[in-house]
Write a protein that binds this ligand. Structure first.
Ligand code: FSX
Ligand code: SF4
Ligand code: F3S
Length: 367
């Protein structure tokens, strides 16, 4: 689809107006907005005379964030990304190269001062003046410091950019640092979309929200959009009934594993990872690590992914009632039994390391 500046009715690349509306409506619902906001998002995304310019910087990363965004087979996501925004600079996707690309970046930044979105993929090495990651001979640390103050907002995409990710793993020889820390105290708005890589829809929805409402969505204390990172993976996992019933795979390929039992004992970090993988899932097949038989290793969670050993047991942050319970706020007199049932899975063969003292308390702290 090419919305270009000519409007929303135009259909190309196989995306109809109806399909686009569907995507926007789904996005609205997914962000916790009424479905009636779908047309508003679609209109805002296409009515603007100029698509919001985006400068996409790359630091220490594997390019997985970009790859996952553009290679998704979900119809049109890559077209939406490329058509809703004006991607003026991206080392991976630039058609130009060398000094031409660098000149274009400088030109776009000057022309769109205060209006462009700066997307940062990858961590920023700060050791030895940032010499461990340079673009066009300039440390990406300096490029970020120079570019961010001119942006309307900064979106850090991926675990590397949001909390350090792979490059920051011990002993962190390059001083890999997350973007928000570099910009701390500057007042520049930063939003974090962690994951290695993150789900493209979490990025898309954030951009659409910004384009529609001209502000960032509600964030938690780690600067993550609450609509995507507000709940633990464990809370909505399809294997959760097995956890609650104390049915676990003990080894890869054993009977429990083949039967789809809970992967906690294989090191699943769903009980300490805030993300929406278990509900949003990835690609057209709706796969995500746990439903293809691998434990979540907490790729999006600081202090878990690339830090905790892959197959060590998770440290459940708090016990939540299983999803089949009607409400997280039990009716009078039923609270104790709800908690007891929720704890059953933990008690049968699982040692709970840290448990919130009451439902909702930890929720409050995390947000
Ligand atoms: Fe790779 Fe992105 Fe991981 Fe990092 O994703 S998928 S290493 S989060 O910065 O490119
Ligand atoms: Fe799902 Fe992992 Fe929780 Fe088991 S421990 S219910 S596999 S998130
Ligand atoms: Fe990452 Fe776990 Fe989701 S490994 S992709 S946070 S299921």
């Amino acid at each position: 689809m090419r919305c270009n500046d000519s409007g929303f009715d135009q259909i190309s690349n196989g995306v109809s107006r109806r399909d686009f509306l569907k995507v926007c409506t789904a996005t609205a619902v997914y962000m916790g907005l009424p479905a009636s906001f779908g047309p508003k998002i679609a209109e805002a995304a296409t009515a603007a005379k100029k698509r919001p310019p985006v400068i996409w910087l790359s630091g220490q990363e594997c390019t997985g964030c970009t790859e996952s965004l553009v290679r998704t087979s979900h119809p049109t996501l890559e077209h939406l990304i490329l058509d809703l925004i004006a991607l003026d600079y991206s080392e991976t996707l630039n058609t130009g190269a060398g000094h031409q690309a660098e000149e274009f970046r400088a030109k776009s930044i000057e022309e769109n001062k205060g209006k462009f979105i700066l997307v940062c993929e990858g961590s920023i090495p700060v050791k030895d003046g940032g010499v461990y990651c340079k673009v066009a001979g300039v440390p990406v640390l300096d490029i970020l410091k120079e570019t961010a103050p001119k942006a309307a907002a900064v979106i850090a995409i991926g675990s590397c950019a949001t909390w350090g990710g792979v490059p920051s793993s011990g002993p962190n020889p390059t001083g890999a640092t997350p973007v928000y820390k570099i910009l701390e105290g500057t007042g520049i708005p930063v939003i974090n979309i962690p994951g290695c890589p993150p789900n493209g829809y979490n990025f898309l929805s954030t951009v659409l929200y910004y384009v529609t409402f001209k502000k960032l969505p509600e964030l938690d204390k780690k600067l993550r959009p609450k609509f995507a990172y507000g709940r633990l993976i464990h809370e909505n996992c399809e294997r959760r009934p097995h956890f609650d019933a104390g049915r676990f795979a003990e080894q890869f390929g054993d009977e429990g594993h083949r039967k789809g039992y809970c992967l906690y004992k294989l090191g699943c970090k769903g009980p300490e990872t805030f993300n929406n993988c278990s509900t949003l899932r990835f690609n057209d097949m709706g796969t995500w690590p746990v439903n293809i038989g691998h434990p979540c290793f907490g790729c999006s969670e600081e202090g878990v992914g690339f830090t905790a050993p892959l197959h060590s047991p998770a440290r459940p942050l708090y016990i939540t009632p299983p999803t089949q319970f009607a409400s997280a706020t039990p009716e009078k007199g039923k609270g104790a039994s709800a908690l007891a049932a929720a704890a059953a899975g933990a008690a049968i063969g699982v040692g709970v390391v840290a448990v919130g003292t009451s439902l909702g308390k930890k929720d409050k702290e995390e947000s």
